[in-house]
Design a protein around this ligand. Structure first.
Ligand code: G6P
Length: 481
């Protein structure tokens, strides 16, 4: 049956893990999209198109094993690696998060062009699968920087569809976006503008996208519009002729899933993890961070700020513990492996410098354990969320929702979540280690009543747009066009 609603993303809602006996275990993932899509129910004729990622997934496709409502594409592994590691994670992720160490990188050479060709093939495979599966006039919601060319490719194949694209990352400012080779920047922007509607997590990212179009697509008579009585949009004349094409832009700030978090964080396994952590750290105050070990998360400067706190305010020595949960990610890339090693090295250094019998200043955990993360959320006195740049950052939104006794939030002004939470958080410039240390001190010293009051406000702002509504709003906006 052809689908009425389609979602496309690199990582899908399920992955397959081979068992010893040769069978495949299906593991369902969580996240905003999964809960968003579940809101429309299984009978709505929805289909999620995603990529086979590991050997288990590829084997599932070969055996014809699948979950209802999910179509996995077995794209050539080398093509996927070039598109995912080469273009998506090493170029586009770096551009949007402004992560390049510019005197040495990026280098856009023949190798990059080769990878870009793979990225194009990868996007084409998605566009073709979507074109085959979509019912007449269906709504298609394409996700993220892995699939920026899909909207344009799909429009050519199926002009009848309503096509949306959502960016879960920040968008680079035009001065930074200019680093990309001209023809790549143009292809990428035109690919996205193939959509009827583009969604962003904040106004800041939306405006940056619009500015990049004005800056880079000059030869297409681009007009960024921002009228008061109309949604923002980008209009352009495809190839300088024909009817101008208009793509509407919208902001949908994904919020925390309060119902799920409150229920999940009260289960026995979370209580057990809390008891174990208390056993480990005694009754010390806690500064908590929970991240993937991702370059943009700024874990190293977070540790430096904590060290500065212990130096500037020795009264906290022995009284506070930094619970740093940093779960390794993208370990195929050397720069991520090096960063992960640096986090461990600096942790050891701080512990050697300040630690003493009965007090370990930094407790670093690297094995991903959701129940333990929730335990840390509940017991945090202070949450440290200091990314260099972040599309939204859901940790900042989740902690206040599950906190037991109130938690002060030290929050980077460069996180998308700051647009909604800034008023009740302690705002920091993520590069300023001294200012971050001062904010940690202020957070630890905050009067408990004020802390609880702020936490209440943070939780209500954080849950304003739960995943179901976030998803349904986008669908409705796309259908209204
Ligand atoms: C984060 C980002 C998403 C991105 C995802 C990719 O969650 O916010 O924008 O799609 O990472 O992660 P992966 O592990 O699939 O590379």
């Amino acid at each position: 049956m052809a689908a009425q609603i389609l979602v496309a993303s690199n990582r899908g809602p399920v992955s397959y893990v081979p068992r010893d006996d040769g069978a495949l275990d299906a593991r369902r993932g969580g996240g905003g999209l999964v809960s968003g899509l579940s809101a429309i129910g299984p009978d709505a004729g929805a289909l999620w198109v995603c990529s086979a990622l590991g050997e288990g997934d590829r084997e599932a496709v070969r055996r014809g094993v699948s979950e209802p409502g999910v179509k996995m594409l077995d794209i050539d592994a080398a093509v996927h690696a070039d598109a995912y590691n080469g273009i998506a994670n090493s170029a586009l992720w770096f551009v949007h998060h402004m992560l390049y160490q510019t005197p040495l990188e990026p280098v856009f050479d023949a190798e990059f062009r080769r990878q870009w060709t793979a990225y194009r093939l990868y996007n084409r495979a998605f566009a073709q699968a979507l074109a085959e599966e979509a019912a007449d006039g269906a709504a298609v919601l394409v996700q993220d920087y892995h699939l920026t060319l899909v909207p344009g490719m799909l429009r050519e194949l199926r002009p009848d569809l309503r096509i949306g694209h959502f960016s879960h990352t920040p968008w680079a400012p035009p001065e930074y976006f200019r680093m990309l080779p001209d023809e790549v920047a143009e292809e990428l922007l035109l690919g996205m503008l193939g959509a009827d509607r583009l969604g962003f997590l904040t106004w800041r990212w939306l405006k940056a996208f619009q500015s990049c179009c004005l800056d880079r697509l000059g030869r297409f008579d681009v007009l960024g519009s921002w009228p008061k009585d109309e949604a923002p949009s980008v209009r352009y004349q495809p190839h300088g002729q024909g009817r101008p094409h208009r793509t509407e832009l919208g902001v949908h700030g994904l919020g925390a899933d309060a119902e799920f978090l409150r229920e999940r964080s009260r289960r026995a396994d979370v209580d057990e993890r809390m008891a174990a952590l208390r056993e480990q750290i005694g009754d010390a105050r806690t500064i908590v961070r929970v991240d993937r070990t991702e370059l943009s998360k700024n874990i190293v400067r977070g540790l430096l700020a904590y060290r500065a706190l212990l130096t500037e305010h020795p009264e906290w020595q022995g009284e506070v513990v930094h619970l740093a949960f940093a779960y390794p990610s993208r370990q195929d890339l050397a720069v991520y492996r090096d960063y992960t090693a640096e986090v461990a090295r600096l942790t050891d250094e701080i512990n050697a410098e300040f630690g003493r019998d009965g007090w370990t200043p930094v407790v670093l955990h690297v094995e991903d354990d959701f129940a333990r993360s929730l335990a840390a959320y509940r017991m945090a006195d202070v949450a440290l969320v200091n990314p260099i740049r972040d599309g939204m950052n859901l940790v900042a939104k989740e902690v206040p929702v599950v906190s037991d006794a109130g938690c002060a939030l030290v929050l980077s002004r460069e996180a998308g979540a700051h647009e909604e939470l800034g008023e009740h958080a302690l705002t920091v410039n993520p590069y300023d280690v001294s200012a971050t240390a001062a904010a940690l001190h202020e957070a630890l010293s905050m009067d408990p009543t004020e802390r609880a009051e702020r936490t209440k406000h943070l939780a209500s702002a954080a849950t304003a747009l739960p995943p179901e509504r976030w998803f349904l709003d986008q669908l409705a906006a796309l259908r209204e066009l």
